[in-house]
Design a protein around this ligand. Structure first.
Ligand SMILES: C[S@@+](CC[C@H](N)C(=O)[O-])C[C@H]1O[C@@H](n2cnc3c(N)ncnc32)[C@H](O)[C@@H]1O
Length: 251
């Protein structure tokens, strides 16, 4: 469990300065509206990388969804006790801007190192900046998560908002590899949103995790967002008074 102070407020202030020096609030808001429309249309276009095309959508992902993913994953990690006797290292599959694994690392203590992998060069650069700004020891590399070696004992493996973006073959192979990594002693955490229509693959993954002794949870956490996030939330007609999500967890 983390013994340090909360890095979120200072990091978010720096993140705001970084992105609002490049784009106006209205441009980020338009990017957020476009990105949120893609999220609603999940599965059809996100896997193609459309979510990270264009400066507005990128800024919205970095300034809006990245902090939300940090906060949700931190709450999930706390609820599961996943940071206790924390992993020494975390492999973050489809790390995006890196904040989900950074949250787990912060909860796991200062010795924990993150290795992020993402096919987007923009996301990798953003993840590197976020690790530094959050005080997390980490590196992010561009690559295909299907080819990333998975660690065993003493390590954590995270796939946050990533599994739904894979094609069926990659998803089937990743499930097998994650279950094998857990048998070698890794702790595996998968996080996804609670979708209006449940993802067809979730039941298969849930059954696989539960058969191996893991758990499947749905979460709802109250949240008090920083002012700028509340403004973006309202402007994009979203409603994040609570953070919700679902997770699979296997140790
Ligand atoms: C919705 S984002 C989530 C990012 C991050 N995990 C988070 O929680 O904010 C999904 C990420 O997965 C990446 N991705 C999708 N398929 C991938 C693959 N086969 N290999 C590496 N990265 C992939 C995308 O580039 C994108 O950054």
């Amino acid at each position: 469990m983390s013994s340090g102070s909360d890095p979120f407020p200072a990091w978010f202030t720096a993140l705001e300065a970084r992105h609002l020096s490049r784009l106006t609030f209205a441009e980020v808001r338009r990017g957020l509206q476009a990105l949120s429309a893609l999220y609603v249309d999940r599965g059809k276009r996100l896997g193609t990388g459309a979510a990270l095309e264009g400066s507005g959508k990128r800024a919205a992902f970095a300034l809006f969804y990245a902090p939300l993913h940090f906060l949700l994953v931190r709450d999930v990690v706390r609820a599961l006790g996943a940071g206790e006797a924390g992993p020494r290292s975390i492999v973050d599959l489809g790390c995006g801007t890196g904040t989900a694994a950074a949250a787990w690392a912060v909860e796991s203590g200062s010795g924990c190192r993150v290795s992020g992998v993402d096919r987007s060069g923009w996301a990798v650069a953003e993840a590197r900046w976020n690790y530094r700004a959050l005080g997390v020891r980490g590196r992010a590399l561009r690559g295909d998560l299907s080819k990333t070696a998975l660690p065993g004992r003493g390590s954590g493996i995270l796939a946050a908002y990533t599994v739904n973006e894979l094609d069926d073959a990659a998803r089937v192979s990743l499930l097998e590899r994650l279950l094998a990594a857990a048998r070698r002693g890794a702790r595996v955490l998968v996080v996804e949103p609670i979708a209006r229509r449940p993802f067809p693959w979730w039941e298969t993954w849930s059954a696989g995790f539960r058969a191996a002794g893991g758990r499947d949870d749905s979460w709802r956490f109250p949240v008090d967002l920083p002012g700028r996030l509340r403004l973006l939330d309202r402007a994009a007609r979203l409603d994040h008074r609570e953070l919700t999500g679902r997770s699979l967890w296997l140790t």
